[in-house]
Design a protein around this ligand. Structure first.
Ligand code: SAH
Length: 203
């Protein structure tokens, strides 16, 4: 599937109904999701693989992985309303993805999911809670040897220090995360947040 075709499929998906600012609910923009997935796909980490999406929200990354031929896809998401949206999106794309309602900080839940080849995720950027992405990194590295994630630009030094013995960062691709005015505290109609798509490999 071409990058643009994937992007168009993901662009048509339903977004968050009433996004919750505390958990930083922003749908991953189709351009960024498609880029992350396409890249992972080219490196052999999607097709025929088992893929887990952490903080799957409306399901953009999980569903994209399924469209690219992942063999088994599971999304983990705290918010049951987001899960309902993700399930509608799956039905629309006729994609077989399992969405599990739960907290990535729940180590028992994570252990119970089994092992995956690849994790894809767009964790909270930490605007509301500066350490919000840590449990995502921990869960990701517990689940799979290969992790693709979208992080705030400038996160690499923190991630390198945080994962030092556990993982190494293979590469980073820069991008812009366009945020539409979603919450009342946003002062501009759109802002662009600089982000990085990172590939991490377990040591
Ligand atoms: N990729 C998704 C959304 C990413 S936003 C999409 O495109 O829709 C981050 C998501 O992580 C939100 O849906 C939020 O509800 C979820 N989340 C935040 N903290 C979480 C936690 N501790 N456990 C599971 N999900 C969490």
């Amino acid at each position: 599937m071409r990058l643009r075709t994937l992007e168009i499929a993901l662009e048509g998906l339903e977004g968050f109904d009433r996004p919750d600012p505390r958990t930083e609910q922003y749908s991953t923009p189709a351009v960024l999701a498609a880029r992350l997935l396409h890249h992972a796909h080219l490196l052999g980490d999607i097709e025929g693989r088992s893929v887990c999406d952490l903080g799957s929200g409306t399901g953009v990354l999980a569903l994209g992985a399924s469209l690219l031929g992942a063999e088994r896809v599971v999304g983990v998401e705290l918010d049951p309303r987001a899960i309902a949206v993700a399930r509608r999106n799956a039905a629309r794309l006729e994609a077989e993805v399992t969405f599990v309602q739960g907290d990535v900080r729940d180590t028992g839940l994570i252990a119970g999911l089994g092992r995956f080849d690849t994790v894809v995720m767009n964790p909270p950027f930490g605007a509301q809670d500066p350490h919000a992405d840590r449990p995502f990194v921990d869960a990701a590295l517990a689940l799979a040897p290969v992790v693709y994630g979208i992080f705030n630009s400038g996160s690499i030094p923190f991630l390198e220090a945080y994962t030092a013995e556990r993982a190494e960062i293979e590469f980073a691709i820069g991008g812009i995360f366009p945020l539409k005015r979603t919450f009342p505290f946003h002062r501009h109609d759109t802002v662009g947040i600089e982000v990085e798509i990172l590939k991490m490999m377990r040591r």
